[in-house]
Design a binder for this molecule. Structure first.
Ligand code: ATP
Length: 906
């Protein structure tokens, strides 16, 4: 076997297939698990980037690189110089504590996000021990046989062994977006890389067809790995809010330092000691800097996306979390997302007769009987033909094991196998008798599929697809055992039956066939689209997901409009829309052809009024998306196919299906639904809103209390009072008390009103007018309360006692403020005082620490405190709780906004 670094030098494209297989130690069945493990040890994981994330040491150093730390180290140094050892060691302790806390929080956030990336990691289908296995793309090794399908991302560089019209988009590698046709074969050694059409390359995507290829290089040995000479750092995107908060932190920091310098000058003029003023100014600057903010934002976001993952929504790009809360329109596919995608055929129309099919699910137990009252009889020839078409133009498998009956592959096709079994067909035998010679796969643009099979003296083409498409290809139909011309009146009848099936919310598929000369080898669209004989129709139910019905209703309450987009017939679509409460009696759907004629303006209007689009192709989806975005909507759009990628990329929130979605769709998406369920989108929006309001709480809390402290200190100095707090006390309030409350505020459980609010205006930041009001109204309360008590205590007792009272008052203000920060405008009593257990624990911890600072021996030495009496507490608690009472009154008066009038109670 080649040394791994050498693999690029081997002309894989020029060797014979046997030689390629020999060199990578595999055969046509790929590797055994045992061999795969050995190869993994030898060649390493199949990853492009060094995906190890930030190293712990780097993260620790990052904590030290902040203005706060510089200030503190400076202060500690000065304290040392003037032999204030206690102060110096306390400040040093604070630096250590702050670094550790920041590190732990960021580390948790990083771990959570790394786990999430793992969940969204790409997968690949390979042969192992001769069996098809879906494995993480990172575990693909040289020698694996890759099974490629439309929509797959090629996981490694590989030599093609087999292909069915395989087309690959190599733009990731070459920049050329025109798909390249790939075929097995041998090329001259000198062939240029882009012309080696017998090879497929890592990171390119399969846009059509199927293929089988043997992996020759993985990870950094692949062509794309070689191009990326430097190890690429994975992008760590910040959310807009994180960026804004970063800027705010800088502004506050600079402001704090300027203010501190001003106060320093003022203090000196007023005759305070220089050293006292140095420490005091540092403490003021520290108060102004919202030091915990970046870490707490990271943790809040990370814990939030972890919660979302538990509710089946995996966020691929962090900024999407914020956009989710602003979503105004969800454009959702129908099949599998709003409905269960569990198809059961209940009716068929063959030879001018309608049949009812009984039985449920995929179990092939049930009867087929004509609806015109005739007794069940031997299968008619027409019915036999229809079921043969359905069984052979089919890529699904009906499986029976101890878990019961189930389908592998497309449920639409599975349902047809079930009905064929109900009719007594032996499908395996049929496949052996008529093996497939060629296939035109189903696509949502073309809406049909065709296969070609040998038959006595001829080849036969079987076609199944959307009825309007298939009828257009037909010239004849089967009737009373004969092949008759498909005249206008017969066409009309088929269309009427189609509509009547669709009106019952059935998905309708038509079957047709065509005979060709026995020697026909190649099946192309022109052959499949002409001179067909129409055989009949299948009608299948696909029940709505009950959770989707509730979610659609919830979305409406939350001011989010739901639009259903489907490839199904307009009548089927509107019948389902009616059932799930999207169309609310409108009973219509806009079809793909109408979309083409409409202006974007009209289209956006129709999306908002009718809300149902049918017979839609991926290109139509893109047009709907653009129309809505131009109207200023924030659109979440679902998709699963390779052609949905542009719409997923273009949407504000691209949502891919985890189970049925292609790798290409997942890669283009911002969010992946692991259960393919519509309700999960609404849950994710709800969580997105919760995350945003938790961030709001944290910021609102930190900013009001920090500014409150700055007000207190500045006012004291301006009024020429003695300093109400020592520098050490100020550091304590900032780092200990704040720290104990911010993280719990970031995990505030969701309130009952989350889905009763309208969507948040996109781009609206946290520092809105309500927060400014809060800042201007609440921060002075802290200052007046603390200084008032301090001044009073100075009159009646010692300076040290007055400082202890001021210190404890300020700290108590923070406890009460943390409680009031839990909701922006709901009363604390309506959300339950104890409902955030973490905050109760945080405040309790802070209280114990404060008691330690006031009553314990070491506490008294460090903080220069004296024990407080019950009388002191009887003053402190009412004064400090005034911030909560005042805030409750302001909430009640609606100073911070209110719920929409329509929602008044739970
Ligand atoms: P969505 O998931 O967006 O709701 P869809 O999955 O219902 O869309 P398509 O899969 O594009 O839509 O199907 C469109 C039409 O094509 C169906 O109404 C049906 O008539 C036909 N069809 C669907 N699947 C197959 C298939 N496997 N073979 C042949 N015809 C099919």
């Amino acid at each position: 076997m080649p040394d791994d670094r050498e693999s690029q030098k081997i002309p894989w494209h020029a060797l014979s297939e046997e030689e390629v297989l020999r060199r990578v130690g595999a055969d046509q069945n790929g590797l055994t698990e045992e061999q795969a493990r050995e190869h993994l040890d030898k060649y390493g994981e199949n990853i492009l980037e060094e995906e190890n994330g930030i190293s712990p040491v780097r993260m620790m150093l990052k904590q030290l690189r902040s203005p706060l730390i510089y200030l503190l180290v400076g202060a500690a140094f000065i304290s040392l110089l003037i032999e204030h050892y206690i102060d110096a060691s306390v400040i040093a302790g604070v630096v250590v504590l702050n670094t550790i806390m920041g590190f732990v929080q960021e580390w948790r956030a990083e771990r959570a996000l790394a786990a999430l990336r793992q969940m969204a990691a790409p997968r690949a289908m390979v042969l192992r021990d001769g069996q098809e296995r879906l494995i993480a793309a990172s575990l693909v090794v040289p020698g694996d046989i890759l099974l490629l399908e439309t929509g797959d991302r090629v996981a490694a560089d590989a030599r093609l062994l087999k292909s069915d019209d395989l087309e690959v988009d190599e733009s990731a590698l070459t920049g050329e977006s025109q798909p390249v046709f790939k075929q097995p074969g041998r090329h001259p050694e000198s062939q240029a890389l882009i012309d080696r059409t017998n090879m497929v390359w890592t990171s390119t995507s399969v846009t059509a067809g199927r293929g089988r290829a043997v992996v020759v290089a993985t990870g950094m040995d692949t062509v794309i790995g070689e191009i990326a000479t430097e190890v690429r750092q994975t992008e760590r995107e910040e959310t807009p809010l994180q960026r804004r908060m970063g800027r705010l932190g800088t502004i506050l920091g600079i402001g704090g330092i300027l203010l501190a310098s001003g106060l320093f000058g003022l203090g000196i003029l007023q005759g305070y000691e220089i050293i006292e003023m140095v420490l005091f100014s540092v403490a003021v600057a520290v108060s102004a800097i919202p030091e915990g903010l970046p870490a707490v934002i990271s943790v809040t976001l990370a814990l939030g996306v972890q919660r979302m993952a538990r509710r089946n929504a995996i966020i691929r790009r962090l900024p999407a979390v914020e956009t989710l809360g602003s979503t105004t329109v969800i454009c959702s596919d129908k099949t599998g997302t709003i409905t269960k995608n569990e198809m059961t055929i209940t009716r068929m129309w063959v030879g001018r007769r309608t049949y009812t099919v009984t039985g449920q699910g995929y179990e092939p137990e049930g009867e087929i009987y004509p609806e015109d009252g005739a007794l069940p009889h031997e299968l008619s020839d027409e019915l036999r033909t229809l079921l043969t078409i359905g069984s052979l133009a089919n890529n699904a498998r009906l499986i029976h094991n101890e878990k019961g009956w189930w389908i592998e592959g497309d449920p639409t096709e599975g349902a047809i196998l079930v009905v064929a079994r109900k009719a007594g067909f032996n499908i395996d035998q049929l496949k052996r008798q008529q093996p497939r010679k060629a296939e035109i796969p189903f696509t949502s643009e073309q809406k049909y599929m065709a296969t070609m099979h040998p038959a006595p003296d001829r080849s036969v083409v079987y076609v199944k697809g959307a009825p309007e498409r298939v009828i257009d290809f037909c010239t004849h139909m089967l009737e009373d055992g004969k092949r008759v011309e498909l005249d206008e009146s017969r066409r009309q009848i088929i269309k009427e039956v189609n509509t009547s099936f669709a009106r019952q919310a059935l998905r309708v598929v038509a079957g047709a066939y065509r005979d060709l000369p026995a020697d026909t080898e190649k099946l192309d669209r022109s052959l499949a689209q002409s001179e067909l004989t129409f055989a009949g129709l299948w009608g299948m139910v696909d029940p709505p997901r009950p959770e989707a019905i509730k979610a659609i209703n919830d979305a409406r309450g939350a001011g989010i409009h739901v639009v259903m987009i489907t490839g199904d017939h307009a009548v089927t679509a509107s019948a389902i829309a009616e059932k799930v409460g999207i169309s609310r009696g409108a009973g219509q759907a806009i079809s793909g052809s109408q979309i083409e004629e409409m202006s974007k303006e009209e289209l956006a209007d129709q999306a908002m009024t009718v809300g149902v689009f049918a017979r839609v192709s991926p290109a139509h989806k893109l047009k709907i998306l653009e129309a809505l975005k131009e109207k200023g909507h924030i659109v979440a759009m679902t998709g699963d196919g390779v052609n949905d990628a542009p719409a997923l990329k273009g949407a504000d929130i691209g949502v891919a299906m985890g189970k049925t979605g292609t790798e290409v769709a997942k890669e283009a998406a911002d969010m992946i639904l692991t259960d393919d369920n519509f309700a999960t989108i609404v849950n994710a929006i709800e969580e997105g809103r919760v995350i945003f309001s938790n961030l709001y709480r944290v910021v609102a809390y930190l900013i009001t209390t920090n500014i409150g402290e700055v007000f207190t200190l500045t006012a004291a100095l301006m009024l020429g009072m003695p300093l109400p707090l020592t520098a050490i006390m100020i550091l304590w309030v900032n780092l200990v008390t704040d720290g104990a409350c911010t993280v719990p505020l970031g995990v505030e459980p969701k309130h009952w009103d989350v889905l009763k609010q309208p969507p948040r205006a996109p781009g609206s930041g946290i520092l809105d007018r309500f927060l400014v009001r809060r800042l201007l109204l609440l921060s002075p309360v802290m200052a007046v309360g603390t200084l008032g008590l301090f001044a009073y205590e100075l009159q009646i007792g010692s300076f040290q006692h007055a400082q202890t009272v001021a210190f404890t008052t300020l700290v108590s203000f923070e406890w009460f403020r943390a409680l009031s920060a839990r909701s922006s405008y709901l009363s604390l009593f309506s959300i339950g005082i104890l409902s955030n257990r973490w905050l109760i624990a945080g405040i309790s911890g802070a209280i114990l620490l404060q008691l330690g600072a006031v009553y314990s021996g070491p506490g008294q030495v460090i903080f220069s405190t004296v024990p407080l009496s019950l009388t002191d507490w009887a003053l402190i608690i009412p004064v400090a709780s005034s911030i909560l009472i005042f805030d409750e009154i302001l909430k009640r008066l609606g100073v911070y906004g209110r719920l929409p009038v329509s929602v008044t109670k739970r």
